[in-house]
Ligand binder design. Structure first.
Ligand code: C2O
Length: 539
């Protein structure tokens, strides 16, 4: 194993998109930010220096932070922010980790522009479980606003309004040819006829789920959230914020043309979104075609919920034995969390949101409120004043989560965690409610990958567990909880620390759709989280 060292400087950078020049926050002046390359087992050290005007933290999304919770990065959960002019060194090992993941700012809405890929190759001499591709390419999906994301966030939270619509979707920072004033701003992937390519696709967007596809080319998905799956061939990949997917494409021997590859939104909720597709170009030749004659991908409709459900139900881990993380066959701690927005359920549609906002989302009637003392620090040193350990195991007032009438569900903003014993086998059923507009919530858990053992419509029933897949379920770090449906996940709580869990639609996290699991240390010497690094930012 090697040590990979990176320097990340957070800075103001001038950039022009859609014919408007503005200042954005970047890492090292790059947008998207630099890719971290490493191999499984390597140690990664990232020196982060804050040379801009906002507080910042960086999260390594999908890195399980094996006994290194202090380096996980969610602000006020594992650390207080790195203030302007200060720095902090993140230091972690890629223990049993491989594949495509990403890093992003984890405070306010800075991740709109502060994000980049993490590519972890297998150890030297260990091949992929599929024929080696001719080339590999990172595809980062993002969003663009012609206003400052920090300003937008404040406006939205103060108004209680619906999420703001971005001005463009981006592929590796490029909106593609269909937007005004963006003809030249298109990502181009040149390919050789007869060869195959691995695309490492990352949805780093703030608030939009996508379908990704290529005209006239099927995609063979080989890994999701960094873990291998039994290859799955599809015309389109559903990918929510926080999800990553590796897919192979093979280029026909007789290919001479150009094809659009790109994005169509998936948004089941009836809210306004940007409907202009973002396209990149896959090119087998240098022949210049006018963009109107290039074929477009055949993507599902914006509300194609059954396409999404079929895709998720088709995912199977490639080999459980190989990844040394068995599927828990028994359960020590069984949790049922309701996940949703509360608007309709509040008197006069006004809910007190977290941190003085006007809108509210919740998990089990608790709306996550950001503390001022980092939760991990409080947990580690047994300090009061950050969170209370009384997050409920199940909803306080059970009801028909998918139907009517809508009960009064106003919840109180609070900072609570569920405390879990070391090595407990946890089963967590995430039950989507449909109290406001029906919506799929991509729920991300820090510090763990989890097996998705069940997925269904309606209210979860105990009898549903008879149909769980305990043999080869997919191992993910972000899973979509369907509108009016549920998912069941299992994992062994073998990594002590305080682990954030939240909807990766950023606006929903701002509204409080978040919670934390506090996993205790074990009894043995090597089952204990070490103390904090000396340069941990003070609260
Ligand atoms: Cu990718 Cu808590 O985040």
């Amino acid at each position: 194993a090697t040590t990979r060292t990176y320097d990340f400087k957070l800075q103001n950078t001038t950039i022009t998109k859609l014919c408007k020049t503005r200042n954005i926050i970047t890492v090292n002046g790059e947008f998207p930010g630099p890719t971290i390359y490493a191999r499984e087992g390597d140690q990664v050290i990232v020196n982060v220096t804050n040379q801009m005007q906002y507080n910042v933290t960086i999260h390594w999304h999908g890195i399980r932070q094996h006994f290194s919770c202090w380096s996980d990065g969610p602000s006020y959960v594992t650390q207080c922010p790195i203030q302007p002019g200060r720095s902090f060194t993140y230091n972690f090992t890629l223990y049993q980790q491989k594949g495509t993941l990403f890093w992003h700012a984890h405070i306010s809405w800075l991740r709109a522009t502060v994000h980049g890929a993490i590519v972890i190759h297998p150890p030297i001499g260990v091949p992929y479980p599929y024929p080696s591709p001719h080339e590999e390419h990172v595809i980062v999906l993002g969003e663009w606003w012609s206003a400052d994301a920090e300003v937008l966030e404040k406006q939205i939270l103060a108004s209680g309004g619906a999420p703001n619509v971005s001005d463009a979707y981006l592929i590796n920072g490029h909106p593609g040819p269909l937007y005004n004033c963006s003809k030249q701003d298109t990502y181009l992937l040149n390919v050789v006829p007869g060869k195959s390519y691995l695309l490492r696709i990352i949805n780093a967007a703030l608030n939009i789920e996508h379908f990704f596809g290529i005209a006239k080319h099927d995609l063979t998905v080989v890994a999701v959230d960094g873990e291998y799956i039994i290859p799955l061939t599809t015309r389109a990949i559903p990918i929510a914020p926080g999800q990553t997917t590796e897919a192979l494409i093979s280029i026909n021997k007789s290919c001479t043309g150009r094809y659009y590859m790109g994005l169509g939104p998936y948004m089941f909720a009836n809210v306004s979104i940007n409907n202009v597709p973002s396209y990149a170009i896959l090119s087998c030749s240098n022949s210049s075609l006018s963009s109107s004659s290039i074929l477009r991908p055949n993507l599902p409709e914006r509300n194609a919920t059954s396409f999404l459900a079929n895709y998720v139900r088709s995912l199977r881990s490639l080999s459980i034995a190989d990844n040394r993380m068995p599927v828990p066959q028994t359960v020590d701690k069984s949790l049922l969390y309701t996940v949703g927005l509360n608007l309709e359920a509040c008197p006069n549609k006004i809910c007190g949101g977290p941190n003085n906002t006007k809108f509210q989302a919740s998990i089990n009637n608790v709306t996550f409120q950001r503390p001022s003392l980092a939760m991990l620090q409080a947990f580690f040193f047994s300090q009061n004043g950050s969170f209370t350990p009384d997050f409920p195991d199940r909803p306080i007032h059970p009801f028909d989560y998918t139907g009517n009438p809508i009960p009064n569900l106003q919840s109180l903003p609070a900072t609570k965690a569920n405390v879990i014993s070391f090595n407990a086998n946890v089963q967590l059923v995430l039950q989507g409610t449909s109290l406001v507009s029906k919506e799929n919530h991509p729920i991300h858990l820090h510090g763990y990958s989890f097996y998705v053992v069940g997925y269904g419509n309606g209210d979860f029933n105990l009898s549903d567990s008879a149909n769980f897949n305990l043999l080869n379920p997919p191992l993910l770090n972000t899973v979509g909880v369907p509108a009016s449906g549920w998912v069941a996940i299992r994992f062994k709580a073998s990594n002590p620390g305080v682990w954030f869990m939240h909807c990766h639609l950023e606006i929903h996290t701002s509204w409080g759709l978040a919670t934390a699991l506090a996993v205790r240390n074990g009894d043995k010497e090597d089952e204990v989280l070490p103390g904090p690094p000396a340069d941990l930012p003070p609260c």
